[in-house]
Write a protein that binds this ligand. Structure first.
Ligand code: URA
Length: 438
């Protein structure tokens, strides 16, 4: 039957199920421009309100994947596994995890996004490395992956172009918060990497896109089921985003914290989340049989220096200067630094990650609008993490800003994110739930 956008939209609006051909027609129309923004907006709103079942979502995902180039790495042996996060404050996990997992013998072809709003993107953090190229042409991926075990790049216009158009319309039509649309958007780009398995970090909490546990669970379930229908194994972990992850927020600061983790230093919450996700990747790749073996392999990759060696090698292969790996000062510093002192003695009972994320964004570390320029050097360092003891007058955080005036203006906001109590809070559980199709 001839494609009739208004009738198709009305069918979904009234709660109907779309056929595979109808869904493919919409995706083709999005990419070739034959559907207007109004027609796409109505389609997206109908899906947002009425939902899609797993079969419809899988068809949408595969049609979006096939709207562009689908990579494959025939010369690289082994199951290729990637990880994706729904985004959090201080989430620099990918920067440490890719070299770590590569050092354990699992190839990681990672396509990442830029940050928007209070959550930073891996591509922005990588820009803090002088010369590092993330605008790789698809043909450049394979030799880098073969040489050092991982590659990190932006999606570019040839990967899932349907998502570019659909996401732009979602952004201005109030249709971002839809589980089938988020699932198809994430998985179409990841499937275009030609991976065999994906580990999803679905953040839950105040600073996550999905704030409540039930919605985060529903997204994780959708990613696992649709991934399976689309032919890959997916494991999803729900992880805590009720406080910043690690001790740094800001692009250069986060890059250096990830390097510290690979050196065997680094904060315990960041280490816990990174190791849990990395262990899931080793399991999906089939290179370990149980969790204990995975942790041993990961610890050995750090202790032997192999994870850092992979990172240096990758930075050189992607055109960057790896000196920051051994000399953090090689990356320069922010213009002005001011400390935030604790008004009372006690324990850090709460740190609001959303307030700190928004404050770091306003300092210049993030974007309000897609076209905004970001500042790689500014950010916030936590001198005290959740649960740590502090005395009145001791520092809670350090603000790094472009100017003294900007640092000064941020101090009350940073202070307002901290709550000091008389007793330590209950320790955070970093991993709240695990779902898998494997
Ligand atoms: N990340 C994506 O890539 N797409 C979405 O829709 C939401 C988060």
């Amino acid at each position: 039957m001839h494609f009739h956008p208004a009738r198709l939209n009305a069918h979904k609006r009234d709660g109907g199920k779309l056929s595979a051909d109808q869904i493919r027609d919409v995706v083709h129309g999005a990419v070739d421009g034959s559907l207007s923004d109004a027609q796409l907006g109505a389609f997206l709103m109908a899906v947002c309100c009425r939902g899609m079942d797993a079969e419809e979502t899988a068809t949408l995902t595969l049609a979006m994947r096939d709207s562009g180039e689908v990579l494959g790495f025939p010369s690289v042996p082994g199951r290729k596994i990637d990880k994706h996060s729904t985004g959090g404050v201080g989430d620099k996990v990918s920067l440490a995890l890719a070299p770590l997992v590569a050092a354990c013998g699992v190839p990681v072809p990672m396509i990442s996004g830029r940050g928007l709003g209070h959550t930073g993107g891996t591509l922005d953090k990588l820009r803090a490395i002088p010369g590092y190229r993330t605008d790789l042409a698809p043909a450049e991926f394979e030799p880098i992956l073969a040489a050092c075990g991982f590659v990190m790049a932006g999606a570019g216009p040839s990967i899932a172009p349907a998502d570019w158009r659909l996401y732009a319309v979602r952004d201005v039509t109030g249709t971002v918060e839809s589980i089938p649309l988020i699932t198809a958007s994430i998985l179409s780009k990841k499937l275009a990497e030609g991976i065999d398995g994906l580990v999803m970090d679905v953040k839950v909490g105040r600073a996550a896109i999905l704030k409540d546990r039930d919605t985060a669970h529903a997204l994780a379930q959708s990613l696992v089921s649709v991934g399976e229908l689309a032919g890959i194994d997916v494991t999803a972990l729900l992880t805590c985003m009720d406080a910043p992850l690690g001790r740094t927020i800001g692009n250069r600061l986060e890059l250096l914290e990830a390097v510290a983790l690979l050196r065997g230093d680094g904060p315990s919450d960041l280490r816990a989340v990174t190791w849990e996700l990395a262990a899931e990747m080793l399991e999906l790749a089939g290179v370990v049989t149980d969790r204990g073996q995975a942790w041993q392999k990961l610890d050995a990759a750090v202790d032997s220096g192999e994870a850092l060696r992979r990172l240096r090698q990758n930075v050189e292969l992607q055109g960057g200067d790896p000196s920051f790996v051994d000399d953090p000062k090689a990356l320069g510093e922010a213009g002005a630094t001011l400390g935030v002192s604790s008004p009372a003695s006690g324990y850090v009972a709460d740190i609001d990650p959303l307030e700190l994320g928004l404050c770091a964004m306003d300092l210049g570390a993030g974007r309000r609008q897609p076209a905004d320029e970001i500042d790689l050097d500014v950010g916030i360092v936590l001198a005290r993490q959740l649960g740590e003891e502090v005395r009145a007058g001791e520092p809670l955080a350090i603000v790094q800003a472009r100017t003294l005036a900007e640092a000064d203006a941020a101090l009350p906001r940073v202070l307002s994110a901290f709550r000091i109590g008389d007793t330590p809070p209950r320790p955070r559980r970093m991993v709240l739930e695990r779902l898998t199709s494997a």
